[in-house]
Write a protein that binds this ligand. Structure first.
Ligand code: PLP
Length: 433
């Protein structure tokens, strides 16, 4: 039915206050709008309403378009674009076997559990997936959450008391920051990947019962990888535990895609891993913690986002479980993504751009100026290349960039078209000579 706004002075005041705040966000130029996709997630997309740009071949790659019912959207326009801004690193989000596994789980186990895990929300597929995650990471046990945001929100409070300390990289993901806020441990923030600063903070934190160093394995804004070897050495020296968030590493970093700890040879030194099922591992949703069995047992007793939130839906469990099967069978998909990443990074560097990070499919094209990043991203979309510009406050002032994310399902032609478009747009706007 038509909306019936709440009446009364308080509701009117609230509306006014919210409108003012929204105007401030618009005024600050930090408004985030959402483009509406009318196809499955993948290297080639259709934007609802025609979007911007047209890419002749793009539609061919779409297995089946979802109907968009709103009369505002016309799907008759050729609006195919090449997508370089999803975390679909391995292209499993629309993999036929992943979709089939979801359908089978839906049919076999229903739409959902209508329950938290400890009441009547645990099915055999949840236990199987937890066992598979632990095996994948070579850990003792794993626990599922509705998201990695929840996994990060739950772990610190359950594990650390006011007697303990947590040492966190200043550029850690928002969910780690929020999780740490929720716990009562003593908090130390060290400069981004700065081992001297971490050591100084570890020395300061010697007075506490237990120390936990928390870092993203790979940082999503810069595509840089935490120096885990050095972190683990310091942790050993100062008797600390290491926690890593592997959302931008699980499935594709390291020789077998196990993540940053495998890449840097410290699988036996990192105690706790949190990661997501919502990026490389099928992209549906869900998160987890994997590590020592007593820790996982404790999380099942104490972790609030686990205890007080619904079980993962069976279709979502089916997707992730199949994604892990595919990765444990072969590392060919991860290797193909690494080769494409290398192609993009080397061609862009040769064209004169600066790409932050190293060997990671997150390839931030550093531009500096916020307006330049915004107009270039818009112009890229006009050429059928979907990329997103990031500027302050998401990244530091003067460090605006366009973030490109490579996927195993991009073709070499897709990558080359992206580089060509960047070169044209960069010349046009003065980012290249
Ligand atoms: N940690 C990192 C580093 C992330 O990038 C994200 C997602 O953006 C999350 C945690 C949250 O993951 P999820 O989407 O599963 O909640």
């Amino acid at each position: 039915g038509t909306p019936r706004p709440a009446s009364g002075a308080a509701a009117a005041q609230l509306r006014q206050r919210l409108e003012r705040e929204l105007d401030e966000i618009r005024g600050a130029g930090t408004w985030k709008s959402e483009r509406i996709i009318a196809s499955r997630q993948g290297p080639h997309l259709r934007l609802a309403g025609g979007g911007a740009g047209a890419c002749g071949a793009a539609g061919n790659a779409l297995p089946r378009l979802l109907p968009v019912r709103s009369p505002r959207f016309s799907l008759s326009l050729p609006a195919g674009i090449i997508n370089f801004c999803a975390n679909n690193y391995l292209g499993l989000s629309s993999h036929p076997e992943v979709i089939r596994a979801a359908v089978e789980a839906l049919e076999g186990f229903g739409a959902g559990l209508s329950s938290v895990r400890f009441i009547c929300g645990t099915q055999s597929i949840h236990k199987d997936l937890e066992e598979k995650i632990a095996r994948f990471h070579q850990r003792e046990d794993a626990i599922l959450y509705a998201s990695c945001f929840d996994a990060n929100a739950g772990i610190f409070e359950a594990l650390l008391t006011p007697e303990d300390a947590v040492l966190s990289d200043e550029l850690n993901h928002a969910s780690i920051i929020d999780g740490i806020r929720l716990c009562k441990a003593n908090k130390y923030r060290y400069k981004h990947m700065d081992m001297q600063d971490l050591e100084a903070k570890l020395q300061e934190a010697q007075k506490h019962r237990m120390r936990l160093v928390a870092t993203d394995g790979a940082f999503s804004m810069d595509g840089d990888i935490a120096p885990l070897k050095e972190i683990c050495q310091l942790a050993q020296k100062y008797d600390a535990l290491v926690f890593i968030d592997e959302c931008h590493a699980t499935g594709f970093l390291g020789p077998n895609g196990r993540g940053t700890d495998e890449l840097l040879g410290v699988m036996d030194k990192v105690t706790i891993i949190n990661s997501t099922l919502g990026k490389a591992l099928g992209g549906a949703a869900g998160g987890y913690t994997t590590g020592p069995k007593p820790l996982i047992d404790l999380l099942r007793q104490r972790s609030r986002p686990y205890l007080f939130s619904n079980s993962l839906p069976p279709a979502v469990v089916g997707c992730a479980s199949k994604a892990l099967d595919l990765l444990m069978e072969s590392n060919a998909i991860a290797q193909s993504m690494a080769a494409k990443t290398q192609r993009f990074r080397s061609k862009m560097t040769a064209a004169g751009f600066t790409i932050s990070g190293k060997d990671h499919p997150i390839c931030p094209v550093m531009l500096g100026d916020a307006r330049l990043a915004a107009v270039m991203a818009e112009d890229m979309l006009n050429r059928g290349i979907y990329v997103i510009g990031f500027s302050y406050p998401v990244v530091p002032k003067g460090k605006a960039r366009i973030r490109v994310q490579i996927s195993a399902v991009h073709s070499d032609e897709d990558i080359d078209r992206c580089v060509e478009a960047f070169t044209e747009v960069g010349r046009k706007h003065g980012a290249l000579p």
